[in-house]
Design a protein around this ligand. Structure first.
Ligand code: GDP
Ligand code: CO
Length: 395
């Protein structure tokens, strides 16, 4: 892969937020070649990408998606990556989870990928959390529904497998070639990272839509534009310099080094991707007392890399957009690092969209404790013994 080096970097405490980088060429080939733009681009070899892939688990959270989409996603993930599928699909009246399992098995007959599948609300997993006293992911003793809850389960399973990197790719992606590119982007970002605490977020050039019977490629997703704006107002209120650095406030497709994933609080539900940035700034942005001194010395790298492939996923409708926006902005608003000015900006956006009344505060998302606070060996022992849905394929 040949990609642009970040042209600009914002520093907040130990956090380095890099400007969006374009991909120039998807495959940089095997032979060395002179490029006149040596200082401006990074050439990441296939070897480098493969080295990261072998240490990376790709997490696919899924809830009641069409099986053709899931199979397409699996076909786009490089063979070397471990796959972790955390499903929260319905078990009744139709057992969609069982159907997913069957279709993964059929697919894997031909490819022999390493795939771990589990249902998020597996009683054995809930028990393992209860035994560990890890209540922040539970509701009435069972793992809550929600993508973030699924991500936490996947983080722990990835840690159990000794993976060093964790990439998240939604199951509702229509284009397997885009999925493949996301994984290469993750690997390219981790190759560029200077710190072991790093995150790579995918930025989409375009999300195609059909308008008046023609394909139209708008530049931004509707939620992203607003979330990015609010995150940028938050950052500039601390640095004192206007910025548009954040372009990936809602990036469902993103990746974390395990060292970083281990320390982060995940925000429940749809605030998770936005809150990752907020929480990194809370913990390592130098605005609050640092939680982990070892991280402060190596820093945290946040890369944003723009895909060549368009992002095409299931349209979940207007209600979903409002819900996402309210929870994403709520996650920023309720942070102890959110300034008055950034709060006022959010309040007026929400009021303008009829999502909150004048003077009403947006809800604060429920926070899930970091994976590092859980006793992993004991957790693994319980799920190995008690899980009813954990299945391992291939490898
Ligand atoms: P959007 O793409 O951000 O608009 O949100 P989606 O509704 O497409 O959700 C993102 C991904 O998370 C999709 O693959 C969903 O199937 C999956 N997902 C949604 N809710 C849950 C959940 O409760 N648990 C799990 N494990 N996955 C979920
Ligand atoms: Co989606």
């Amino acid at each position: 892969m040949i990609l642009e080096l970040p042209r600009k970097t914002e520093h907040l405490g130990a956090v380095r937020i890099h400007e969006v980088q374009r991909v120039y060429e998807l495959d940089s080939g095997a032979s060395k070649f002179p490029t006149k733009a040596k200082e401006a681009v990074a050439t990441i070899s296939n070897d480098e990408i493969e080295r990261i892939n072998q240490k990376m688990a790709i997490v696919v959270p899924i809830k009641d998606e069409r099986l053709n989409l899931l199979e397409g996603v699996l076909s786009g993930i490089p063979h070397d990556c471990q796959v972790i599928i955390v499903s929260n699909s319905a078990r009744s009246p139709v057992d969609r989870f069982q159907t997913e399992k069957q279709s993964i098995k059929e697919f894997n007959h031909f490819v022999d990928d390493k795939i771990l599948l589990v249902h998020q609300q597996d009683p054995g997993i809930s028990k393992a959390f209860r035994d560990a006293g890890f209540d922040s992911v539970l509701e009435s003793g069972t793992v809550r529904g929600g993508k973030a809850e699924g991500m936490l389960v996947a983080t722990l399973l990835g840690k159990m497998l000794g993976k060093e990197y964790l990439g998240f790719i939604d199951a509702d992606n229509y284009i397997p070639g885009a999925v493949h590119e996301y994984v290469e982007i993750f690997a390219a970002g981790f190759t560029l990272a200077e710190s072991p605490y790093s995150m790579v977020r995918v930025s989409w050039t375009h999300k195609p839509k059909i308008e008046d019977d023609r394909l139209f490629f708008p530049k931004w997703g509707r939620v992203s534009e607003v979330t990015n704006q609010c995150l940028n107002r938050l950052i500039e209120s601390h640095t004192g310099f206007g910025t548009e650095i954040i372009k990936t406030g809602n990036a469902g497709e993103h990746a974390l080094s395990m060292a970083l994933a281990d320390l982060l609080f995940y925000a429940s539900g749809f605030a998770v991707e936005t809150y990752e940035i907020v929480n990194i700034l809370e913990q390592f942005g130098g605005l609050l007392p640092p939680t982990h001194p070892e991280v402060m010395s190596s820093g945290v790298d946040i890369f944003q890399i723009e895909t060549r492939n368009p992002h095409l996923h299931e349209d979940k409708g207007e209600g979903h957009i409002d819900e996402m926006l309210l929870s994403s902005l709520g996650a920023i608003y309720n942070s102890p690092i959110c300034s008055e000015k950034a709060k006022n900006n959010i309040a007026s956006i929400l009021a303008g969209r009829g999502l909150a009344k004048e003077g009403q505060e947006p809800p604060s998302p429920t926070k899930i404790e970091p994976a590092a606070t859980l006793d992993l060996p004991r957790f693994v022992e319980t799920i190995r013994r008690e899980s009813q849905t954990l299945s391992e394929f291939g490898g």
